[in-house]
Design a protein around this ligand. Structure first.
Ligand SMILES: N[C@@H](CCC(=O)N[C@@H](CS)C(=O)NCC(=O)O)C(=O)O
Length: 233
């Protein structure tokens, strides 16, 4: 499908930054971004809920030449879709013929956006998002330990073999894993030198710098204020 217009609903530093980063890699600034201020509860506005009943970002709208709009709601699927839509940018190993490189790329993209993401989300919810009265220290410790003892060693092993998470070249999987590594470090995890050097390699990329230029507009901890709707809703 040939894409005429791309629009991303985005909140700085959150999972939508993965997609904004890849869009900058692919298209520089040739796409639209609409800010959704999660801490003000804008994801619960009726117009937004009509686009995404899960009340979260990213939301990606893809308009094709015939004017029809397809809406996507999962960051991992968006990364895979966009990287494959611009094969000339070579940010994903091609699907045909099947290669070990493609298998590693898909593995890392999905590992980052499902298994590792699930642990990071539990850690974030139990540290910052759910009301203090609902926090469960056992859940927090369980996922911190799993991330530290099971997940990080897999990252370190791969990064000791290749500079990027799916091989010698930067791919869309790095937009997910790089975002996750920064997220983990914000919670005191993934502190190893291998992950630190990996992030340095990512942070010099112009597209990374454009994607995260808005980072100061979002705090890791939500504001303690009347009206904050609370997460997860
Ligand atoms: N599976 C979704 C999860 C998206 C998600 O949970 N986004 C968070 C920010 S990182 C959000 O918008 N939360 C607001 C809410 O749940 O109300 C994806 O990866 O795209």
């Amino acid at each position: 499908m040939s894409l005429k217009r791309i629009k991303l609903y985005h909140c700085p530093l959150t999972r939508s930054a993965r997609v904004k980063w890849l869009l900058h890699e692919l298209l520089d600034a040739d796409f639209e971004v609409e800010r959704v201020v999660l801490y003000e509860g804008q994801q619960y506005a009726p117009d937004f809920l009509a686009k995404n009943p899960n009340h979260n970002v990213p939301v990606l709208e893809l308009e094709t030449e015939d004017g029809s709009v397809t809406t996507m709601l999962e960051s991992g699927a968006m990364l895979a879709m966009l990287a494959d839509a611009y094969p000339e940018k070579a940010l994903a190993p091609p699907p045909h013929p099947a290669t070990r490189g493609r298998a590693l790329y898909l593995h890392m993209l999905h590992f980052a956006t499902t298994w590792m993401d699930m642990m990071l989300w539990q850690i974030r919810c139990q540290t910052h998002l759910v009301h203090e009265s609902e926090r469960d220290p056992h859940t927090l410790q369980r996922y911190r330990k799993k991330l530290e003892r099971e997940v990080e060693p897999q990252l370190v092993r791969q990064l000791s073999r290749t500079p990027f998470i799916a091989g010698e070249r930067f791919t869309a999987a790095d937009c997910a894993m790089g975002h996750n590594a920064e997220w983990a470090r914000a919670y005191g995890l993934c502190q190893s030198d291998e992950v630190g050097r990996y992030l340095e390699r990512l942070q010099v990329r112009p597209a990374y710098q454009k994607a995260f230029a808005d980072r100061d507009d979002m705090s890791v901890a939500p504001p303690v204020a009347e009206g904050f709707p609370g997460f997860p809703g």
